[in-house]
Each structure stands twice: as structure tokens, then as C-alpha cells.
Design a protein around this ligand. Sequence first.
Ligand code: HEC
Ligand code: HEC
Ligand code: HEC
Ligand code: HEC
Ligand code: HEC
Length: 212
Amino acid sequence: MASFRLLPSAFCLLLAAVLLIVTAACTLASPGQPKWNDASVSRSRWGTDPVFTPARSSFGQAFREFLGRRPTDVAQPFPFSHQIHLSKGATCTDCHTGVEQGPRAGLPSINTCMICHSQIATDRPLIQQITRMQEEGRDLNWNRVYNYFPESHVRFEHAPHIRAKVECSTCHGAQIEQTVARRAVDMDMQFCVNCHKNNKPQASNDCLTCHY
Ligand code: HEC
Ligand code: HEC
Ligand code: HEC
Ligand code: HEC
Ligand code: HEC
């Protein structure tokens, strides 16, 4: 992408306009595609498309991935607020129970919510809504905010970072200022490698530390 910046700005504008139209056309032309970050859809079920590359389901998808475009704001099935919970003294591990033990932090199921909300704020409509959902055996299917394209083959582990006292906010921004999580930090390879190199003691920058 760096080479784009070297082009004269008028040409860049023209290029940007063309890219925008192509992307818009592709988005319109491929309705109902699963989102790139829909964890429930494995890549093999995306079908193939002879256009551009057989690994992507559509030209639009391939194009967005080629530009490395990921949404900052992700729609969620329920208006959850980090700010309310953190300002009332909840801690990350109340809901992200795996973060100190293993690779994944984990997203809370409705049963985790109800550990508190079977007692707390039971008179509020939103709490009554999740109470009913639990009774009907339904769960909240959160959409993922931070994750890598499977093609990048990135392997990440939370536990060693928490043990090394890296703050959540270094990688995820200030959660207390957010309702549902936003993609506040762009964790590209440079971001990971720089800290591994500058950390004392150094953390490994062997390719296989972070890739499979
Ligand atoms: C060194 C950077 C780093 C730190 C520190 C960090 N995270 Fe993460 N977190 C990531 C990355 C990278 C991903 C995406 C991993 C993936 O999709 O493979 C992620 C994903 C997540 C997810 C969703 C996926 C999952 O793992 O279940 C949650 C929730 C999360 N982090 C919470 C936290 C919390 C809470 C803390 C602090 C206790 C924390 N993170 C600290 C980098 C970090
Ligand atoms: C550790 C306990 C705890 C857990 C776990 C928890 N909450 Fe809460 N929640 C609270 C507290 C405390 C409040 C603030 C209540 C108040 O305003 O007095 C709150 C408030 C809320 C509110 C705002 C209610 C309103 O309309 O004012 C919603 C919505 C909510 N929680 C949803 C959830 C969901 C969804 C989950 C699971 C993902 C969850 N909570 C998990 C403790 C918790
Ligand atoms: C009361 C429960 C609760 C607490 C406490 C909580 N979270 Fe969350 N967190 C959630 C829920 C629910 C989601 C899924 C909705 C969303 O993306 O915001 C989530 C999502 C996230 C995500 C996005 C994960 C992904 O990749 O999809 C990150 C990052 C995160 N939380 C970090 C934190 C950090 C850091 C803290 C502590 C400072 C924290 N959370 C405290 C419930 C909680
Ligand atoms: C702010 C500093 C920092 C950032 C940013 C960071 N790391 Fe780390 N990482 C560390 C430290 C410190 C360790 C612990 C080394 C140890 O336990 O000896 C570590 C350990 C790891 C390990 C475990 C290595 C092992 O030998 O078990 C993996 C995997 C890893 N990091 C991947 C990543 C990835 C992928 C990213 C980017 C998303 C990232 N890290 C970002 C500081 C960081
Ligand atoms: C500390 C962690 C870390 C180390 C070490 C690391 N990478 Fe990466 N690498 C990443 C992350 C994270 C991404 C994903 C960036 C993104 O998708 O935004 C990435 C992306 C890549 C990509 C682009 C993949 C794609 O499809 O976009 C290549 C190629 C790559 N790394 C090669 C390497 C090689 C070769 C080495 C060893 C010299 C290496 N990486 C070492 C973390 C690391």
C-alpha cells in the first residue's frame, strides 16, 4: 500500500473513486454473504468463485481482504455496555473467564450474565429480555471484533501476556469508554513484533511463535 502514497494526489483521488464504485458494486452484487468475521462459518463452506481467487466467496470479499479492510464497529445482537459494567466494579475475568489460563479470553454465554442478573436489575426491560431468552434456551451469539483472516495463519495466546503483565488496554484500548467492543487497536504484525523485540527479556520473534 505504501506505493499508493507516492502517486500524485489527483490520480489517487481518481483511483479512490474507482475503488469505491467497484467495492460498492461488489457489495450490492453479493447479498447474504456471511461476514468475514462470522466464526460460525468455516471458510470451506464459503463456496468458490472463479473470479479473482478461488479462496474467497466473491470478488467483493477478496477485494476487501486484499485491502486489509476490517470494520471498526461490529453490530451485536444485544446492546451490551462495557462502560456500565466496568464503572460498577466488574472485572474483565468476570466475563472473559479464560484470559488468564489459556489462549482464548472467551465471550460470555447468557448463563454468565445470569449469574449476576438473576439478582441484579431484574426490573429492567433489557434484563427481563435476557431472562426470557435463557428460559427459552436461547443464547447471545456475539459477533467477533478482533480476529485475523484465517489466511494469515496467526496463532495468539492470551495467558503468557497476562502473566507478563501486559495490560488489556495495550491491545484493546480503553474498554471502559466503550459500550460493545470496538476495534480500537490495529494489531498488525509490526505491532506484535516490535513489542516482542523491545520487551525485556525479549519474547520470541521466531515465525512459528505467531504462525501455524
Ligand atoms: C498482547 C495483546 C493482547 C492483550 C494484552 C490482550 N489481548 Fe485480547 N486479543 C488479542 C488478540 C490478538 C485477539 C484476537 C485473537 C484471534 O482472533 O486469534 C484477542 C481477542 C480477545 C477476545 C475475543 C476472542 C477470545 O480470545 O475469546 C477477548 C474477549 C479478549 N481478547 C479480551 C481480552 C482481555 C479481557 C484482556 C486482558 C485481561 C486481553 N484481551 C488482553 C490481543 C490481546
Ligand atoms: C459481575 C456481575 C455482572 C455480570 C456477569 C453481568 N452484569 Fe449486567 N450489570 C451488572 C450491574 C452491577 C449492572 C448495573 C445495574 C444498575 O444499574 O444498578 C448491570 C447492568 C446491566 C444492564 C443495564 C440495565 C439497564 O437497563 O439499566 C444490561 C443491559 C446488562 N447489565 C446486561 C448484561 C449482559 C448481557 C451480561 C452478560 C454478557 C451481563 N449484563 C453480565 C452486573 C453484571
Ligand atoms: C459483564 C461482562 C463483561 C465484562 C466485565 C467485560 N466484558 Fe468484554 N465483552 C463482553 C461481551 C458480552 C462482549 C461481546 C460483545 C462485544 O463485542 O462488546 C465482550 C467483548 C469484548 C472484546 C471484543 C472481543 C472480540 O474480539 O470479539 C474485548 C476486546 C473485550 N470484551 C475486552 C474486555 C476487557 C479488556 C474487559 C475489562 C477491562 C472486559 N472486556 C470486561 C462482556 C464483558
Ligand atoms: C506489549 C507487548 C506485547 C505485544 C504487543 C505482543 N506480545 Fe506476545 N508476548 C509478549 C511477552 C512479554 C510474552 C511472554 C514471553 C514469555 O513468557 O517469556 C509474549 C508471548 C507471546 C506468545 C507465547 C510465546 C511462547 O513461547 O509461549 C505468543 C504466541 C505471542 N506472544 C504472540 C503475540 C502476537 C500474535 C501478538 C500480536 C497480536 C503479540 N504477541 C503482541 C509481549 C507482547
Ligand atoms: C510476534 C508475532 C509475529 C511474528 C513473530 C511473526 N508474525 Fe507474521 N504476522 C503476525 C500477525 C499478527 C499478522 C497478521 C496481520 C494482519 O492480519 O493484520 C501477520 C501476518 C503475516 C503475513 C501476512 C499474511 C496475510 O495473509 O496477510 C505474512 C506473510 C507473515 N506474517 C510472515 C511472517 C514471517 C515470515 C515471520 C518470521 C520472519 C513472521 N511473520 C513472524 C504476527 C507475527
